[in-house]
Design a binder for this molecule. Structure first.
Ligand SMILES: Cc1cc2nc3c(=O)[nH]c(=O)nc-3n(C[C@H](O)[C@H](O)[C@H](O)COP(=O)(O)OP(=O)(O)OC[C@H]3O[C@@H](n4cnc5c(N)ncnc54)[C@H](O)[C@@H]3O)c2cc1C
Length: 385
């Protein structure tokens, strides 16, 4: 079999397939390379991801959500930040160690001849796993491109200032009425800062620049950031790419596999549509794709991914518009800081909520409204605005 793309999805698929005794060819032309990414290993599903100490830049100590002057800061103990070049290269090497052959070539042709794939006109494989990212070659070849209206545009800077705290920040409402957020992620020796909004949203970059000016007053000089207070110039390397973000849950109904192929990771659109986290589903999806092929039926992938993580995807696609609505945000933040709701919000954020969130929400709502009316805050938020 052949795996096209050696990012988290493809490398995990190739390793799993090799461990299951399949003969594997892994195609990627770019390693080692730094993929545009925040590098936050999602708290939810962190146990799916094989991230050794050497690839961890720092451990998250808290995750915060800010809307105007209200900040909900949640202590966490599970999330980790990786450098995508180190972590991806580690996963890629693990696949090779497991026995996957690697071909340093970009795949540009894929033809089906008498039940076998011919790749780049010379390599033969019975099955193909497409893991070459959002709108990569295999996605375009085997399905349609993900339409622009179902993509986030995400970009930002590696800002050469050493973080003082390992707080992962999501800043909402920077572009009122628009769906998306700004982020500030801590790394070992820099901040990874960026924007993530529906593709085509006007003013995304400007909103990020405004945040930079507020946090670290200064200006761009020769593609670096010059701090006004000290006159010091720090690195400010730009990055950017698209992320699948389905605005209609029906897109998840469409099969991402066929008789002799499977797509996984970004190529399959398997990213949470609300916040754009995809690393957990890339790794798990890759492994499930390999499992399906090892059983001789790639379409089993539909059953596997649906039983493991489709619920979150569908729920996120269905609620995305509501959640980013200005009214919902305002009410959500007012209620979120109350003693009645904060605990639930905190355990959802930490990925350790196992109850029925919707039922509990409605159960706690009357008390939360009462507490919000009297401006009551959960004790962990007492020092915050
Ligand atoms: C700016 C930004 C920030 C993000 N931040 C986060 C975050 O903090 N946390 C999180 O969970 N997710 C984040 N994501 C999403 C996350 O990066 C993706 O979901 C994840 O990288 C998907 O992994 P993948 O293996 O499917 O694809 P990719 O990581 O895109 O890997 C695809 C691989 O395929 C190779 N390739 C491409 N074309 C070909 C070809 N024709 N032939 C051979 N090889 C090919 C590439 O070289 C690459 O190695 C972010 C995305 C962006 C754009």
């Amino acid at each position: 079999m052949a795996v096209i793309g050696g990012g988290p999805a493809g490398a995990s698929a190739a390793r799993e397939a090799a461990q299951r005794g399949l003969s594997v060819l892994l195609f990627d032309h770019a390693h080692p390379r730094r993929k545009a990414c925040g590098g936050g290993l999602p708290v939810k599903g962190i146990e799916w991801m094989d991230a050794p100490e050497s690839s961890i830049e720092c451990e998250m100590t808290s995750i915060s959500f800010t809307l105007k002057s209200t900040k909900l800061k949640i202590p966490v103990s599970k999330g980790k930040m990786v450098r995508r070049d180190d972590w991806d290269f580690y996963l890629y090497n693990r696949a090779k160690e497991a026995g996957a052959g690697h071909i340093v070539e970009r795949v540009t042709s894929l033809e089906l001849e008498k039940g076998f794939w011919k790749i780049n006109g010379k390599y033969i494989a019975k099955y193909v796993i497409g893991a070459d990212g959002v709108n990569g070659f295999t996605r375009r070849h085997l399905m349609d491109r993900i339409p622009r209206e179902h993509l986030f545009a995400a970009g930002g800077y590696y800002l050469g200032i050493k973080p003082t705290e390992n707080e992962v920040e999501f800043i909402l409402g920077a572009l009122p009425g628009e769906e998306g957020y700004l982020w500030v992620f801590p790394k070992s020796d820099h901040y990874n800062i960026g924007y993530c909004f529906n593709a085509g949203t006007p003013g995304m970059k400007e909103a990020l620049h405004k945040l930079m000016e507020e946090r670290w007053p200064g200006e761009f000089v020769d593609r670096k950031w010059k701090l006004s207070e000290t006159g010091e110039t720090v690195d400010c390397k730009q990055f950017g790419s698209a992320i699948p973000s389905y605005n209609d849950s029906e897109l998840f109904d469409e099969p991402v596999s066929g008789e002799n192929w499977v797509l996984c990771g970004d190529a399959a659109g398997h990213v949470n549509p609300i916040h754009g986290e995809g690393l957990n589903h890339a790794v798990l999806g890759g492994r499930l794709a390999a499992k399906a092929i090892s059983k001789g039926d790639p379409t089993l992938f539909e059953k596997y991914w649906r039983s493991h993580y489709s619920r979150d995807m569908y729920r996120a696609a269905k609620t995305k518009h509501r959640i980013y609505g200005s009214k919902f945000m305002r009410i959500g933040f007012a209620l979120g800081k109350t003693p009645a709701m904060f605990e639930m919000l905190a355990s959802l954020t930490r990925g350790d909520y196992y109850g029925k969130a919707t039922r509990n929400f409605w159960f706690k709502l009357p008390l939360a409204i009462l507490q919000a009316t009297f401006r009551m805050k959960h004790k962990e938020l007492k020092g915050l605005s």
